[in-house]
Write a protein that binds this ligand. Structure first.
Ligand SMILES: *Cc1c(COP(=O)(O)O)cnc(C)c1O
Length: 396
């Protein structure tokens, strides 16, 4: 077989690292016969996530998307409702809103933080909405706005404190998409624990993985019970199989939970490595001047899930596409930032409010290889490749 020389191997964007108890716990699953959607690792995994993030309840699911779906259902989002959501996001939270028969109202990203622009949320609620009793209505569409769903992007945090204040004022539920935010603190408190419900993902490309998996956390036992009930086909009687509602088969398996638990044991080590990776990118790219580095808000302890930069201000979409292609050719698997959801075909007709920056961030944004196991040498290759790509293709 032809061997690819070491230096020509592609550097992945984000690949998992297994160096703890993964094999041991998996073997326990097989040996004990507990491989499916019930088992000791599921309980341990949920308890450990709750302990780590500082939340009372945790309900695990097959992936982050299904946890978002259950979170919205548990918060009472119904067909015909609207939910305020970030446009600059992986599509999962927006699709979860659609699964409920509800509609997204898209919010712009702030140019400095890339997160949901809270000033715009405030203006939208003040000018475009009205309170009727304890409920908030969109004056333009006449629909009830039930919740805000901010996304904590790339291992940073949105301004969740201010979002919570608005939610109280306008009687809105808050579901935090913290799928990219395991380990991220906002003012010393873990993201995902501010809102009514927070959601995390343990997909293979996240900081830690369970193979595939998600979890929702909440301090409210009613939300937790309801979510668990819906995740288990809304089964009211386990012997007679009585179902009094339409449920889902969303439970995490013991096998996945076993991997997830082992990964959580190395979370601190993984987070430390992510911070070192971020620091090296900063040091390596700072002197280019024209590149905007990842924001570092004082209130946030970041984990830099994907270290992300903005290319020079004059970068066009075509140039950025050329640059991504060129870097892939050099074996550097970078990726553009998320495609703003309000421009995608299923969501073009949905309402969006004062959109200005999300598209520009997408056109200029570049996520760099950020695997926990990224070596210093490989990272050096990424840094030099990005630098020459910027001077060759963008100029400056
Ligand atoms: C990864 C991710 C999810 C969930 O993805 P799953 O693959 O379903 O676990 C949700 N929202 C965001 C922003 C994500 O990055």
């Amino acid at each position: 077989m032809l061997k690819i020389p070491e230096t020509k191997k592609s550097i992945p964007l984000s690949e998992p690292q297994f160096c703890g108890n993964e094999w041991k716990y998996l073997k326990e699953c097989i040996d004990s016969g507990w491989v499916s959607s019930v088992g000791p690792f599921v309980e341990k995994f949920e308890a450990e996530v709750a302990r780590r993030v500082g939340s009372r309840h945790a309900v695990s699911t097959v992936n982050g998307t299904s946890a978002l779906h259950l979170a919205l259902k548990a918060c009472g989002v119904q067909s015909g409702d609207e939910v305020i959501v970030s446009s600059l996001t992986f599509i999962a939270p927006v699709n979860a809103i659609s699964y409920c028969g509800a509609k997204p109202v898209f919010m712009d990203a702030c140019l400095q933080t890339w997160q949901m622009d809270v000033d715009k949320v405030m203006r939208f609620l003040a000018n475009e909405c009205e309170l009727r009793g304890q409920e908030c209505f969109n004056k333009k569409t006449g629909c009830r706005i039930r919740a805000i769903l901010p996304v904590h992007l790339y291992g940073l945090s949105c301004e969740i404190g201010r979002i919570m204040e608005l939610a109280v004022k306008y009687h809105l539920r808050v579901i935090e998409d913290a799928c990219e935010g395991v380990g991220v603190l906002y003012q010393g408190k873990h993201v995902g624990t501010f809102g009514d419900i927070g959601v995390f993902s343990f997909n293979g490309n996240k900081v830690v993985t369970s193979g595939g998996g998600g979890i929702l956390v909440t301090s409210d036992p009613t939300y937790a019970q309801h979510a668990r009930y819906l995740s288990t086909q809304a089964k009211d009687d386990g012997l007679e199989y009585i179902h009094n509602a339409v449920g889902y088969n969303y439970r995490l398996t013991n096998v996945h939970a076993a991997i997830g638990l082992a990964q959580l044991e190395s979370l601190d080590d993984a987070l430390e490595k992510k911070r070192i990776i971020a620091q090296r990118y900063e040091e390596g790219l700072r002197d280019m001047g024209v590149i905007t580095l990842m924001p570092k808000p004082a209130s946030v302890a970041a984990t830099y899930w994907l270290y992300t930069i903005l290319l020079p201000e004059n970068t066009s979409l075509d140039k950025r596409r050329d640059l991504v292609r060129w870097l892939h050719g050099q074996g550097v698997e970078c990726r553009p930032t998320w495609h703003p959801a309000h421009t995608l075909p299923p969501y073009r007709d949905a309402q969006s409010f004062e959109m200005e920056h999300s598209v520009r961030i997408y056109e200029r944004g570049l996520c760099l290889p950020s695997s926990v196991g990224l070596s210093a040498d490989d990272q050096e290759r990424c840094i030099s490749a990005v630098k020459s790509a910027v001077s060759r293709i963008i100029g400056g």
